[in-house]
Design a protein around this ligand. Structure first.
Ligand code: ADP
Ligand code: GN1
Ligand code: MG
Length: 358
């Protein structure tokens, strides 16, 4: 989508300070369309077109975000922190709503831009990865008493790996783009692990693992780090806050941040699990959770890493088979490359399985 009068017109509907100076594409998220808005005043903003093909209930989605950030804001103030920096601030429209629907039916929202931060697609040091683990652990601890029943399920069965597997098998059977034959190896790799994918959901069903309020999309670029100290400042991308397992949040952070390669690396020799980063994150996460994790939860964190990495491989391959309709892509075959890095990482986790136990 080009940037121009459309975005400027949309911004007129929000309560912004200052006139719009510039609007540019921003970030490397795969789902929403994100813009950075510069004004002639002091504040800068994030404008996002919400991906309504994926999030069907914008009211419920925004209600979750407004309620959770309000809840966090109070706790940040109590702790003497800066709520405009440590949580997201939703900027309302001039008529007091939390998003604006344009003439095409697209839904837009605005956040205050958190300044002087970095958002990384790859970990640069164990210290900053430890800091992000600590922050995601604390985030979960902060939300431990949040009324879970008030949360809307923005994407049903988001980390239900057996359901993701079923959707994958259906995409293989339908093969709408005639791509299945060319990815026979990847399909076989996934099928060979079919038994393992339901272990966590079974434990949840049996009541052996507690349902928590989880972020569900804990990749490193969804946490903002201070540009100088590289300490964690704020967790963003709150679209998928829902009840879930700790193993999901731990696992998703590991599959993205403890990979020695980027998510779409084409040279699979570069893909591996950094045990140093893995251990650093695990230490930070468990400390951040503040002793709340049960023994079983700690025991299943490594399985969370493996399951979520496999699930992500399944999700990327499903999208590739279906014609790349879910994740934003910039080049042909990118979802397949992404799938391959995930599967290579699963294979490396299998090699390092003993070392991964916590
Ligand atoms: P997506 O769902 O597409 O991943 P995100 O909400 O994660 O969209 O936003 C994309 C990127 O924009 C984030 O990874 C982060 O780097 C940046 N970002 C989002 N919100 C803010 C904010 N309030 N302040 C600064 N940067 C932000
Ligand atoms: C998407 O929105 P973003 O880019 O932070 C996806 C995650 C995947 C991730 C893979 C709502 O995250 O579930 O793990 O891509 N978000 C949604 O990089 O599907
Ligand atoms: Mg994101």
């Amino acid at each position: 989508m080009g940037i121009g009068t459309n975005q400027r017109e949309i911004l007129q509907h929000f309560k912004l300070e200052g006139g719009i100076a510039d609007v540019t594409n921003h970030g490397s998220g795969h789902i929403n369309h994100t813009f950075l808005v510069t004004t002639d005043g002091e504040k800068r903003y994030i404008l996002q077109r919400i991906n309504t093909d994926i999030f069907h209930d914008t009211d419920g989605l925004m209600e979750n975000i407004v309620n959770v950030t309000s809840y966090l804001r109070e706790r940040i103030i109590q702790a003497g922190g800066n709520p405009e920096r440590e949580t997201m601030t939703v900027i309302p429209t001039k008529d007091g709503k939390y998003y604006y629907t344009d003439m095409d039916g697209s839904n837009w929202r605005v956040y205050l831009l958190i300044e002087h931060i970095i958002s990384l697609d790859q970990a640069q040091s164990t210290e900053e990865f430890y800091a992000s683990g600590l922050a995601f652990g604390r985030f979960q601890a902060q939300l431990a008493d949040y009324p879970a029943k008030t949360l809307h399920e923005t994407i049903p069965d988001f980390h239900n790996t057996p359901k993701r597997y079923q959707a994958f098998e259906q995409a293989v059977a339908e093969d709408v783009c005639h791509r299945a034959e060319s990815v026979a190896q990847e399909i076989a790799f996934i099928r060979a692990r079919k038994e393992e994918i339901s272990v966590l959901t079974d434990l949840l069903q049996k009541g052996e693992l507690p349902l928590r309020i989880t972020h569900n999309d804990t990749k490193l670029n969804n946490i903002l780090l201070d540009a100088d100290t590289h300490e964690a400042v704020c967790i963003v991308d709150l679209d998928t806050i829902m009840p879930g397992l700790c193993a999901y949040d731990f696992g998703d952070a590991i599959r993205f941040g403890a990979n020695t390669a980027t998510e779409d690396e084409t040279d699979l020799d570069k893909v591996s699990l950094s045990m140093e980063l893995y251990q650093a994150y695990a230490k930070g996460y468990m400390e951040g959770c503040g002793g709340r994790l049960t023994e079983k939860e700690v025991e299943t964190l490594p399985l969370g890493a493996k399951t979520i990495t496999l699930e992500q491989g399944i999700r990327f391959l499903t999208d590739y088979l279906q014609g790349d309709t879910y994740y934003h892509t910039e080049r042909e075959g990118q979802n397949l490359d992404r799938c391959r890095t995930q599967l290579a990482l699963v294979a490396d986790m299998e090699r390092k399985w003993e070392q991964m136990q916590l």
